[in-house]
Write a protein that binds this ligand. Structure first.
Ligand code: ADP
Length: 470
């Protein structure tokens, strides 16, 4: 239960959001509290250098004094321009008593800017502490040549205000922000989780019906793409399951019907022999013949059922080279022995090896030839042809001279349990499974197949096999 709770969508979202919130707050603390001083110093440094270069760029301007004042005012700095001997050339005092460069008593300017004074360095920026006010201050010095072609030094001074009070304000603000963000994260995770898990819970509730045989496909995903996909998959499965259920019912009905008819006949004829026929050999043989053919029908039905159930288990097809001519000849000779009064003619031209699953191709041939024998016309002729197509495939054609199949029925005959409504010349033992077995074997191996049929002239079932070279 605890584990279930811990792994729930709500808990997962809450964990992620809290992590995100705390990470954001931590970043804010690091930047705003820990690094504020460093950041502020860097900014002031940048600003003093910028002010310096602004002064340098306008040193030859006519209204230099005015512009100098403006620059100092904008950047909040003091300026002192001196010549190489330290004599003041120009000056703007913005900071009053807090200015270092205008209070020679506080420190010795020439010492500090010595490298620039002596020409060892063109520019320098220094942080100096003002002992009197217990704060730090920035000194900038840069050498430049004025319009009178004299070398002068521009010295700037900017105060670095202490950031402690700002840090204190930020800290107290951050505490409130952290609390608000954490509460928001918890509320948000509850709302989002509810929105996400509601449709999933609905689906779960409905999916439980599947186990009870309720296959209504009415799953919805509440507008969430992934859940919609799940709902669609479940709708698909429910439809599939209901079809299977329908097929199962149909199968039971068909099979029980098909089993019952021959069994009734067998029982009736056996009773007839026992009770009525007596020693009349001729009619007894006739009745026994019926019993035998009805038993054959039962055997055919059971064989077909076994094959279908095997096909259903997603068969794996081999790809082996085999002699299709040999296969046809074997099956034809078996049928010829079984039906000596039929003309089963095989016209096998090609000796080439085919590629495919020998066993399943044998089954296909067996079913197609058996159908042709069952449905052929009064000339009792069945023709099996094997030849190479221009695309170098091996084509097998099985034709009969029966009544043919109506055009509209052609797509249906491959369906499971489909049996033509047409009454055939002879009552034919069949289950409606033969062609569905053929179809699943051929489509399972990606082989081309089909049927041509002409009413009154017969049908021709065909399929093509690849050879070793294609
Ligand atoms: P069945 O066991 O009924 O023969 P099949 O799946 O083999 O089942 O065939 C389905 C239906 O297709 C048959 O009932 C029959 O109506 C029709 N059919 C199959 N082969 C032929 C054929 N060679 N000539 C005429 N009709 C055929």
């Amino acid at each position: 239960m605890m584990l279930k709770q811990r792994n729930s969508i709500e808990m997962r979202i809450a964990r992620s959001l809290l992590f995100y919130t705390l990470f954001t707050v931590l970043l804010l603390w690091v930047f705003q509290v820990l690094f504020l001083n460093t950041y502020y110093h860097a900014l002031r440094r940048k600003s003093i250098i910028k002010a310096g270069s602004e002064i340098i760029s306008c040193i030859s301007a006519e209204n230099f004094d005015e512009r100098l004042e403006n620059i100092c005012y904008t950047h909040g700095m003091c300026t002192l321009i001196i010549d190489e001997h330290g004599t003041e050339v120009n000056s703007v005092d913005m900071l009053g008593r807090r200015c270092l460069i205008h209070s020679p008593a506080k420190f010795s300017l020439p010492n500090i800017i010595e490298p620039v004074l002596k020409g060892e360095q063109n520019m320098l920026v220094l942080t100096v502490s003002d002992k009197h006010f217990h704060n730090e201050t920035l000194i900038y010095a840069a050498a430049v040549t004025n319009p009178q072609r004299e070398r002068v030094i521009i010295v700037l001074n900017a105060n670095l205000d202490p950031v402690e009070s700002t840090v204190w304000i930020l800290k107290s603000q951050l505490r409130i922000i952290t609390a608000v963000l954490v509460i928001l994260a918890i509320i948000m995770s509850k709302i989002v989780a509810r929105k996400l898990s509601k449709p999933i819970q609905n689906i779960t509730k409905k999916a439980k019906r599947l186990a009870n045989g309720d296959y209504i496909a009415d799953y919805t995903g509440g507008g969430i793409t992934e859940v919609e996909e799940l709902a669609q998959a479940l709708n698909f499965s429910a439809e599939g399951l209901s079809k299977v259920e329908e097929l199962r019912r149909e199968l039971i009905a068909n099979v029980s019907h098909d089993l019952k008819t021959p069994l009734t006949m067998i029982k009736a004829y056996a009773e007839m022999i026992r009770d009525l026929t007596g020693d009349d050999k001729a009619s007894r043989d006739e009745q026994l013949e019926v019993i035998i053919s009805e038993s054959d029908r039962l055997t055919a039905l059971v064989t077909d059922l076994i094959r279908t159930s095997r096909e259903e288990q997603q068969r794996e097809y081999k790809k082996e080279a085999f002699s299709i001519k040999q296969k046809i000849d074997d099956i034809v000779s078996r049928f010829s022995q079984l039906y000596p009064d039929y003309h089963i003619i095989s016209e096998t031209e090609s000796e080439k090896a085919a590629i495919g699953d020998t066993e399943s191709i044998g089954q296909v041939l067996y079913n197609l030839i058996s159908n042709a024998i069952n449905y052929t016309g009064s000339d009792k002729t069945v023709r099996i042809k094997l030849f190479e197509t221009p695309q170098a495939a091996l084509r097998v054609e099985i034709s009969d001279s029966g009544r043919g199949i109506p055009q509209e029925e052609l797509p249906l005959i491959w369906e499971r349990y489909y049996r033509s409504k047409n009454t055939h010349q002879r009552p034919v033992a069949g289950t409606g499974l033969g062609l569905s077995i053929v179809k699943s074997a051929l489509t399972g191996q990606n082989l081309k197949f089909g049927v041509r049929s002409e009413i009154g002239r017969g049908s021709c079932f065909w399929f093509e096999l690849p050879t070793e070279n294609n």
